[in-house]
Design a protein around this ligand. Structure first.
Ligand code: FAD
Length: 291
């Protein structure tokens, strides 16, 4: 089995440190939601994540909402990573927003292409995430640690799995430091992806993105949109549980905990949890994993 580049994760010593974990949030939409989320973050900080990231422009959220949560996380003494998508943006806007993040003391960016509504094509100054990575390095040198997205099951718009691997390598060659994956429930897809990029001479840490299983219709919707596969055996089980939320949750914890253990045992350099802005599932998962 290939290992997933455990050595050399920037900023992480290999000497008996805790296994690196990170948490992902999305911007809250209401003052009530923001107030509630303070406690969610506090509960999760107790697990000593390496950083907490905030999505940008996903699900109709605004840049202001992202920056505001990033500011809160920094003010709470935690390292924030800001997701940043470039599709449809001008270089002037990108430069000015990145400067704002630098002025806020943000050191970590998740550099993304993002998605435009269908029919917009690839207009604008940035066509791919690799263009954004190159721009950040040109304009801001080494100020930012740059993460990029990885797709163990292949990005849905890729011409082929090999073309997608090459596109990933281009992002690293443009200056990205590490990657976080789209979620998946098949450890082999991840291990093969790592093997594939290693064959192209790429050896940055690729951290698996871990999606909870708590709500089957939401998960099916996400998976249809992102191309992340839900294996048939999981789908059938979820369907059989119907509205039995407790059984879905217990099953989901088992499946996801086992996946995390498999990934760790095979050299994953860390785990990045998509919290869905809730703490309970992720905390229980961390308990099971001894994190
Ligand atoms: P790219 O790496 O640019 O790839 C996009 C497609 O273009 C791929 O099919 C690739 O194979 C192809 N490609 C790349 N370079 C070339 C080239 N030179 N020639 C031809 N084809 C090429 N979206 C948001 O809007 N906000 C977020 O906060 C957000 N966070 C995310 C976090 C993670 C961990 C992940 C995995 C995804 C996230 N996304 C987010 C979704 C992401 O924006 C979409 O998946 C988007 O469709 C692709 O973005 P990318 O950065 O991976 O694009």
């Amino acid at each position: 089995m290939p290992t997933a580049c455990r050595e050399g994760r920037p900023g992480v010593s290999n000497v008996a440190t805790a296994f690196p974990i990170s948490f992902e949030f999305f911007p809250t939409k209401t003052p009530e939601g923001a107030a509630k989320h303070v406690q969610v973050r506090k509960d999760l900080y107790a697990r000593q994540p390496e950083f907490c990231s905030v999505t940008y422009g996903a699900g109709g959220s605004t840049q202001a909402g992202t920056f505001s949560m990033v500011r809160d996380i920094q003010a709470e003494g935690m390292q924030a990573a800001c997701h940043f998508s470039c599709i449809g943006a001008t270089s002037e806007k990108v430069r000015s927003e990145l400067q704002q993040l630098k002025d806020m003391g943000v050191k970590r960016i998740m550099a993304l292409r993002g998605d435009l509504p269908s029919g917009y094509g690839l207009g604008g100054e940035f066509h791919y995430a690799s263009d954004l990575v190159a721009f950040i390095r040109k304009e801001f040198g080494d100020w930012f640690h740059i993460e990029v997205a990885a797709y163990p099951e292949t990005h849905p718009q890729a011409k082929s799995p090999d073309a997608d691997l090459r596109a990933f390598a281009t992002k690293i060659q443009a200056g990205a430091n590490s990657a976080i994956t789209q979620y998946f429930y098949n450890a082999d897809a991840y291990l093969r992806f790592v093997e594939g990029i290693q064959a192209l001479g790429v050896s940055v840490p690729v951290v698996p993105g871990i999606m909870p299983i708590t709500n089957s219709s939401q998960l099916m919707r996400f998976s249809d949109a992102t191309g992340a596969e839900i294996p048939r055996w999981i789908r059938l089980r979820l369907q059989a549980y119907g509205d039995d939320v407790a059984s879905i949750r217990a099953f989901g914890l088992d499946v996801v905990a086992r996946l995390c253990e498999q990934l760790r045992a095979n050299g994953a350099p860390g785990l990045h949890f998509y919290t869905m802005n809730q703490s309970a599932f992720t905390l229980e998962l961390c308990d099971r994993l001894g994190l």
